[in-house]
Every structure is written in C-alpha cells, then in structure tokens.
Design a protein around this ligand. Sequence first.
Ligand SMILES: Nc1nc2c(ncn2[C@@H]2O[C@H](COP(=O)(O)OP(=O)(O)OP(=O)(O)O)[C@@H](O)[C@H]2O)c(=O)[nH]1
Ligand SMILES: [K+]
Ligand SMILES: [Mg+2]
Length: 426
Amino acid sequence: MGIIERIKEIEAEMARTQKNKATEYHLGQLKAKIAKLRTQLLEPPKGSSGAGDGFEVTKFGHGRVALIGFPSVGKSTLLTMLTGTHSEAASYEFTTLTCIPGIIHYNDTKIQLLDLPGIIEGASEGKGRGRQVIAVSKSSDIVLMVLDASKSEGHRQILTKELEAVGLRLNKKPPRIYFKKKKTGGISFNSTLTLTHVDEKLCYQILHEYKIHNAEILFREDATVDDLIDVIEGNRKYMKCIYVYNKIDVIGIDDVDKLARQPNSVVISCNLKAGSLLFDLQRNMWLDKHHMFYFLFPEQLNFDRLLAKMWEEMGLVRVYTKPQGQQPDFTDPVVLSTDRGGCMVEDFCNHIHRNLIKDVKYVLVWGTSARHHPQHCGLGHALHDEDMVQIVKRKEKEEGGRGRFKSHSTDPARISDREKKAPLKT
Ligand SMILES: Nc1nc2c(ncn2[C@@H]2O[C@H](COP(=O)(O)OP(=O)(O)OP(=O)(O)O)[C@@H](O)[C@H]2O)c(=O)[nH]1
Ligand SMILES: [K+]
Ligand SMILES: [Mg+2]
C-alpha cells in the first residue's frame, strides 16, 4: 500500500471514530501516524532535486512573495498589473504552468512576486503541480492566497488544509512547548499552566508513537495534540498569509464589505473594465471610449491597500547609512528582516561588510528605535524601519573621538523634529 492510501485509510478510521474522552488517546495516536506519513511524503523522490521543471527561480530583491490559489482566480492578471511583467492570463483553467517571477518596487525596496500554476484539492499529495507550487511557497517570505470573491468560502479552507498537510502553518505562532530529546532518564513532563487538551498519558502515547522514550517536555501554553505533534516533527514552517479576494467587481457591495472585514484579508479587483470605462495601466487612470480621463477610480482596484498590507506583513526594516556631515541616500536603504538575519546593529554592520564589526566602536542612531537623537548604541541595539545609522569606528575614536564628543554635546531637547529628520551636523 502506498503512503497516500495509508493516510486515506487512517483518515477514514478517524472519521468513523466518535470523539470523546475514551477515544481521545486513540485519535491522538492516529494523528501522529498521519503526521509521520506526511513527513515521509515530503521527502523528495530519490534522484530528483528540489522543485523541478521551470520552477527554479533565483531569489531576487529584498523579499519573496508567492501567489497561490485555485485555477483562474486571477493570479497571473494580478502579477502583470503589480509588476508589469507579462504573465499569460485567460479564462480557461491551468493557463499558467510554471513559476513566473516579477518585481514590485515599493518603499525603495524590491520585492519578488511569483506567479504559480493553480492548485486544487489533493495538491499536497502531488495532484497537478501541487508539490512544486508548495515547494516554491515554502521558499517565500509570505504567501498571498488569491481567492475568487464570487466563489464559496470553502476554497480558502481547502487550500489551508492542503498547505497544512505539508507542514505550512499560516498566520500562526510556533506552539510554546519546550521539547528536547535525551539519551537517558525517561520522559520528564511539565507544564506552567493547567492543560485542557493534553495530559501526561496522551503525551507519552504520542512520544511512544515516535519511538521517543527519553525527553524533556514543558508546556508553556494550553496546547493541543496537533501543536505537540508539530513540535515533535520540528519541520513546520510558520508563514504570514494574506487572503486576497479578487474579482469583487462581480459581487455586491454587502458581500465585499463582509470579506474586507475578515482578518488578514484584502479585497481587490483586477478587472480593467468598469462599465464603459477601461483602466490604462501606463497612466494609472481610467479612460472612456473617447479617451477622456477619469481620475477618481484607480483606488477601486484597492492595490495600494494590498501593497501596504503586504509590506506590513513582511516586516522589512529599512536602515539608512548616514555618512558624517551628510544626509543619507534615502533611495538606497539597507534592508533587514527579523525572519532573515535579524535587525540588530550587528546585522546592519554585517550587511555592509562582514569584517566591519571588529572596527565598530559604537553607532549613532536616529529614528524611532532611539530614545534621543542621536543615541549611542551598541551592536545589540534593535533597529526600526526608517532608522538612520552612523558608524563610529574604533580608529576614529582613538584619533580624537570626534563623533562621540559631538553627540554628547548635543542636547536632545533642543533637536527639533525637522532636525531629527535631517541631521546634518553629526
Ligand atoms: N471579473 C473579473 N475577472 C477577472 C479579474 N481578474 C482576473 N479576471 C479574469 O479571470 C480569468 C483568469 O485570470 P488568470 O489571471 O488567468 O487567472 P490565474 O489564477 O492565473 O489562472 P491559472 O493560471 O489558470 O491558474 C481571466 O479571464 C481574467 O481576465 C477581476 O478582478 N474581475
Ligand atoms: K486562467
Ligand atoms: Mg495564471
């Protein structure tokens, strides 16, 4: 029997089993069995490497965003409109067959957007190009789940299930469970609060299923069996996901309103036709058939909201290098991210040059992370978006410590807001 058949069999058994206190342990065990099989399913077939034909796209820019969704929801239309890179769009399903990259220029950063083939129920088991699409999604920083606003909410649930089946966890934090395998000593089970979903026996049983007999486990939240399995598996990827409801031009305003109010959701329309008007992408405005311009409508597409939300969820931190006595180049930030590499002064220095760190005495920081402007900061200081940093090197200090002296003599109370934004003197 193949892995998929075995998963199906266990799922059927779970569906048959009534949920109650008596079956709780058995159900937990079945869940662990499925998780183990799914992990096996994820291992690439022998002899193959990574994603496969046409899907290997080199990472580019400061972040990567994947468009995933059912066929014909408008992923390619959206890529073309946001990046200017043409991706074939048509009314038939599975128009897109590979991964097509485009670049979004936003807030002086470059974000790689990836168009992907549509995925369907069963994608996690390899249906269609599901496996490749999922591999690319995992390589990105956030996911835009594109949904057809006129179709049922069920699509969102099906896709979430497919992604969960391959270890992706959307808009969730890793469970607060400390887990460490040991060589001896048996199982030490502890919790900092009362657990309502899991008890010691269930925990032992799950660990037993994984043939783990020596381990330390500490629950710091009221976690579920699924959380426990996630922690034991250890291969889950926690990702931000924005639910993008496209084609709102075909539904009523009340329904648009309902969708827009859901968490992590943005409603858009890629429809370039609004009644008798046509959207001119180059000029970013609507035209009628006499080529008269209408300025009022572009926001109807709601792309600005989508881009702002995407930016927010990516959590990118732009830091401007301020040479002494000069304004920074505001068009050329160093872009840091908590998820990739971190946002400390140390990360900033490493970004500029990997040998820089040993020469740094301290840095001067302006911006929202600084308590006063400028603030002397060490390597462990966490930077915020749009901070400005001036590096003071050891050598400079030994030669007179100019930067340090200057900033000490600066009374923070006397710095106007304008000077904070345009600090020319230091
Ligand atoms: N009414 C309406 N139609 C749209 C909108 N966006 C896209 N479409 C249409 O929907 C159809 C599918 O668009 P595509 O961009 O090919 O969709 P896709 O998700 O890339 O499809 P696959 O590549 O096949 O998975 C096309 O006929 C588009 O013109 C929209 O906002 N409103
Ligand atoms: K299509
Ligand atoms: Mg497409």
